[in-house]
Design a protein around this ligand. Structure first.
Ligand code: NAD
Ligand code: 0WE
Length: 258
C-alpha cells in the first residue's frame, strides 16, 4: 500500500490550482505525508495570499517564501525545515523559468543572460536544493523533479528550456549517484503537455495538446493528479529500487515515431 505517514515532504512550485505541484501536493497529502509548501514571493504578497488560501485544506505545517535565485531564502528555508521538523524525507522540485522571448523564434538567438536565467532557475536550483536537503535526509529520502520531452528531442519553440531540461535530467543522474549511499533516491517525471500557468503563456500550447490527443497511445493528455500519483509512488517505499530514472507520464506519447 502506498503510505507516506510519518514522512515530511517539502513541495516547491505551487502557483495556482493548475500547477503540477498542486496535483503532487494533493496526492502526497492523500497518502498521509506531512507537507511543507514553498512559494515564489512577489512584492505585493499576492502569490503568498493566493497559495496560502489554496493549500489550506492540506494543513501544511510549513509555509515558506523561497525564490531559488536567492541564496539566503534557500538557506533559511532549510533552516526552518531543520528547526521545525528535524528531518526531511521528500523534496519535490517543480519549477522552471525562461524569459518569454527565449521560448519562440531562433534558438541561435538566445542571449547569454537568457541562457543563464533559464539554466539557473530551471536546472541549478535542483542541484542547490538537493545539496541543502542532503544533510536533513538522515533517514534516507526521495527527490523528484519535473522534466519534459523537449530535453531529449528538439520540440519547436522549447529552445533554451530544452537545454535546461537536458541538464536537469543529467543532474538527476549525478545526484542519484552521489546520494544513493545515503539511501536518497533522485528521479524525474517527464510529463506530457498540461495546461498550466507556465504552459498557457506559451503560444500554440493548445495545438500541441490537440496533437498529443491524436497521436498518444491513450489518445489523451495527462492530468496533474496523474503526475501526482506517480510522484507519490516515487516518494514511497513501493519504488525503493528506483533511482536516477526519468519516468514518462505522457499517455505513451514518447514511444511513438509518427
Ligand atoms: P506553473 O507555472 O504552475 O509552475 C511553475 C512554478 O515555478 C511556479 O510556481 C513559479 O512560481 C515557480 N518559479 C518560477 N521561478 C521561480 C523562482 N525563481 N523561484 C522559485 N519558484 C519559481 O507551471 P507547471 O507547468 O506546473 O510547471 C512545473 C514544472 O513542470 C516545471 O519544471 C515545468 O517545466 C514542468 N513541466 C510542465 C509541463 C506542462 O506542460 N505544463 C510538462 C512537463 C514538465
Ligand atoms: O516546461 C514547460 C514550461 C516552461 C516555461 C514556460 C514559461 C512561459 C512564461 C518556462 N518559462 C516560461 N516563461 C514565461 O515567461 N513546459 C513543458 C510547458 C511548455 O512550454 C513550452 C512548450 C511546452 C509543452 C514552450 C514551447 C513549446 C512547448
Amino acid at each position: 500500500m502506498l503510505n507516506l505517514t510519518g514522512k515530511n515532504a517539502l513541495v516547491t512550485g505551487i502557483a495556482n490550482n493548475r500547477s503540477i505541484a498542486w496535483g503532487i501536493a494533493q496526492q502526497l497529502h492523500k497518502a498521509g505525508a506531512n507537507l511543507g509548501i514553498t512559494y515564489m514571493p512577489d512584492e505585493r504578497g499576492k502569490m503568498e495570499t493566493k497559495v496560502a488560501e489554496l493549500v489550506q485544506p492540506l494543513n501544511p505545517s510549513l509555509f515558506i517564501p523561497c525564490n531559488v535565485q536567492n541564496d539566503e531564502q534557500i538557506q533559511s528555508t532549510f533552516k526552518t525545515v531543520h528547526d521545525k521538523w528535524g528531518k526531511l524525507d521528500i523534496l519535490i522540485h517543480c519549477l522552471a523559468f525562461a524569459n518569454k522571448e527565449d521560448l519562440s523564434g531562433d534558438f541561435s538567438q538566445t542571449s547569454r543572460s537568457g541562457f543563464k536565467t533559464a539554466l539557473e532557475i530551471s536546472t541549478y536550483s535542483l542541484v542547490q536544493l538537493s545539496g541543502a536537503a542532503k544533510p536533513l535526509m538522515t533517514q534516507g529520502g526521495s527527490i523528484v523533479t519535473l522534466t519534459y520531452l523537449g530535453g531529449v528531442r528538439a520540440i519547436p519553440n522549447y529552445n533554451v528550456m530544452g537545454v535546461a531540461k537536458a541538464g536537469l535530467e543529467m543532474s538527476v543522474r549525478y545526484l542519484a549517484a552521489e546520494l544513493g549511499p545515503q539511501n536518497i533516491r533522485v528521479n524525474a517525471i517527464s510529463a506530457g503537455p498540461i495546461r498550466t500557468l507556465a504552459s498557457s503563456a506559451v503560444g500554440g500550447i493548445l495545438d500541441m495538446i490537440h496533437h498529443v490527443e491524436q497521436v498518444a497511445p491513450l489518445r489523451r493528455t495527462v492530468t496533474q493528479l496523474e503526475v501526482g500519483n506517480t510522484a507519490a509512488f516515487l516518494c514511497s517505499d513501493l519504488s525503493s529500487g528506483i533511482t536516477g530514472q526519468v519516468l514518462y507520464v505522457d499517455a505513451g506519447y514518447e514511444i511513438m515515431g509518427m
